[in-house]
Write a protein that binds this ligand. Structure first.
Ligand code: DQA
Length: 144
């Protein structure tokens, strides 16, 4: 089984970006934690980060036939991107949406997600653990 992990814009800055909101863990640390969890679960991971909406869309267009599920932190695009939503839908794959911060306890605009209603589920507010919980949830869904 192969899970595609997708990180949206600005997540490459984790560790130094607004540490009071996002903590001090880097994206490389998160990816390493995910790799360890995937190894435990006996699944493959493919990881991708981009600051460009179009690159994320093009990457997702390669998912059918290769990925079994998508774990995504769409970052700021969560709240704005119809094209990312459409690309996720076009993949036909189960999607789990994750956020480091509790987007529901922040500014009003972060409460809107264009992904949540097409996702299997959303995990938000647990810092890097959101990704690990999201991965376990996605695998539980895929394994029925
Ligand atoms: C985020 C929350 C988004 O609102 C924000 O734009 C991000 C990160 C999170 O992981 O908490 O870039 O997705």
């Amino acid at each position: 089984m192969e899970i595609w992990v997708i990180h949206g814009p600005n997540l490459n800055l984790l560790g130094t970006r607004e540490p009071e909101v996002y903590g001090s863990t880097t994206l490389a640390d998160i990816d390493a934690q995910l790799e360890a969890a995937a190894k435990e679960e006996g699944v493959e991971l493919s990881r991708f980060q981009s600051n460009h909406e179009g690159e994320l869309v093009e990457h997702l267009q390669g998912a059918p036939g290769r990925a079994d599920g998508i774990l995504i932190n769409p970052a700021g695009l969560t709240h704005t991107s119809v094209v990312l939503r459409d690309a996720l839908l076009a993949s036909g794959l189960p999607v789990v949406e994750v956020h480091l911060s509790n987007v529901h306890a922040r500014e009003e605009f972060r409460r809107t997600s264009l992904v949540a209603d097409i996702a299997v589920g959303q995990v938000a507010g647990f810092g890097p653990a959101s990704y690990l919980l999201g991965l376990r949830g996605l695998l539980a869904h895929l394994r029925g």
